[in-house]
Design a protein around this ligand. Structure first.
Ligand code: GLA
Length: 392
């Protein structure tokens, strides 16, 4: 849905629900990850892009210390809780704003009471970070309305803490950082250890296409945590030979060549993915800088093979979509995006090849799985921002 209509939709729905126009409308984007899969919890490098699918949050401060939330997409479900004490999680969408509130209170910051209403175009459970988008929308709005003046990086850290410790999902920092700090027209090279980042323009002849396998990520949670544990195990074992390493980020490909044989096979595979992926992300940034889309695409393809064979987070549906994408002339490369086990693939493709790519993906996927993937072109978008503010 176009920006203007999402803006109108939440503004009008807010007026209908609360009887006055919202003071603020915030747009907070989902993301796709061009490269750097499962490196963020290893202090590594990632290259995500904020997308034009977003959470739209209409919000006004109120005098009472209370949050009254209305979720347009959940059949108008509502949630009300006090903002001056830690709310009890209920196991649904409202846990995300509650988690953000908890993280502010943890820092000794008291957010204002709000009336809020939101709607989202980020598909849920598709690996496009609908939850990080929701968290950043509330964190940004509360920061703004309460006058805290936190930086975008701090808001991202606050949201990651909210998700890790309140919601209980052990994610890295990538999704929150790109929702906070994305830049239109650009991919972001992020060092998850230092939170330093640089934006690299996506060349104008390239399009980013997302195809949703329609498979929801049932295994993602348990397997994600299992991969984290395996990476920690790799570090513990490698420390015997490399005493100075703090994480897999500190391990170089030549270190693995030298000491990899001392690791159990599965642990070596996991480490090899992370170590080679960090190298690929650096090369990807160089490729984008040089406008070399062929090389960028090769790195994306190599990233997928590594996630599939060494990290083992792919599934046949995603492999089929990636292989089909790569058959299309004009497709530079494709890979799964997000945690894996379902969700989406992302393809970097010449603009002129978008239509044939979409048609081919649909045909192949239909033939193999009797399912139609949702395929769309996405524009690299800005991070969370105010879409409009009433002049008072
Ligand atoms: C999920 C997590 C991220 C990251 C990716 C895998 O999206 O939320 O922190 O680990 O998986 O790259």
């Amino acid at each position: 849905m176009a920006k203007i209509s999402m803006y109108r939709k939440v503004a009008q729905a807010f007026y209908a629900r609360f009887g006055s126009p919202p003071q603020l409308i915030v747009r907070s984007p989902g993301r796709v990850n061009l490269l750097g899969g499962h490196t963020d919890y290893n202090d590594g490098l990632v290259m995500p892009v904020a997308v034009d699918r977003a959470v739209w949050l209409a919000v006004s401060p109120v005098d009472a210390p209370e949050a009254m939330l209305h979720a347009v997409d959940m059949g108008g479900a509502e949630s009300t809780f006090a903002v001056d004490r830690i709310p009890a999680a209920v196991g649904g969408w409202s846990d995300y704003p509650m988690a953000v509130l908890w993280a502010f209170l943890e820092r000794g910051l008291q957010p204002v009471g709000i009336n809020a209403l939101f709607s989202s175009t980020v598909p849920v459970g598709a690996g496009m970070s609908s939850s990080a988008a929701l968290e950043l929308a509330f964190a940004y709005a509360w920061d703004h309305l309460s006058g805290f003046g936190l930086t975008r990086e701090t808001l991202a850290q606050l949201c990651q803490q909210a998700e890790n410790e309140y919601v209980g999902v052990n994610c890295g920092i990538m999704d929150q950082m790109i929702a906070a700090c994305g830049k239109a027209g650009h991919a972001m090279l992020l060092d998850t250890r230092t939170l330093e980042y640089h934006h690299f323009p996506v060349p104008p002849q390239a399009a980013i296409v997302v195809a949703d396998s329609q498979v929801r990520r049932t295994l993602a949670h348990s397997e994600y945590n299992a991969r984290r544990v395996e990476c920690e195990q790799a570090v513990r074992l490698l420390r015997e030979y490399l005493p100075d390493i703090a994480s897999l980020r500190d391990v170089r490909p030549q270190d693995l060549e030298q000491y990899g044989a001392y690791l159990p096979e599965k642990i070596l595979q996991r480490a090899r993915h992370v170590v080679t992926e960090n190298v690929r992300v650096v090369r990807m940034a160089q490729a984008l800088h040089a406008g070399n889309l062929e090389l960028a695409g090769q790195l994306i393809g190599a990233g997928h093979r590594s996630l599939r064979d060494d990290y083992e987070v792919s599934i046949p549906e995603l492999d089929t979509l990636v292989a089909a994408a790569q058959e299309v002339p004009g497709c530079y490369g494709a890979r799964l995006t997000g945690a894996g086990f379902g969700g989406c693939i992302v393809a970097l493709v010449h603009k002129d090849a978008v239509v044939s790519l979409a048609a081919h993906l649909k045909e192949v996927y239909q033939a193999h799985f009797d399912l139609t993937p949702d395929v769309y072109v996405t524009q690299p978008a800005d991070g969370v921002s105010v879409a409009a503010q009433a002049v008072s």
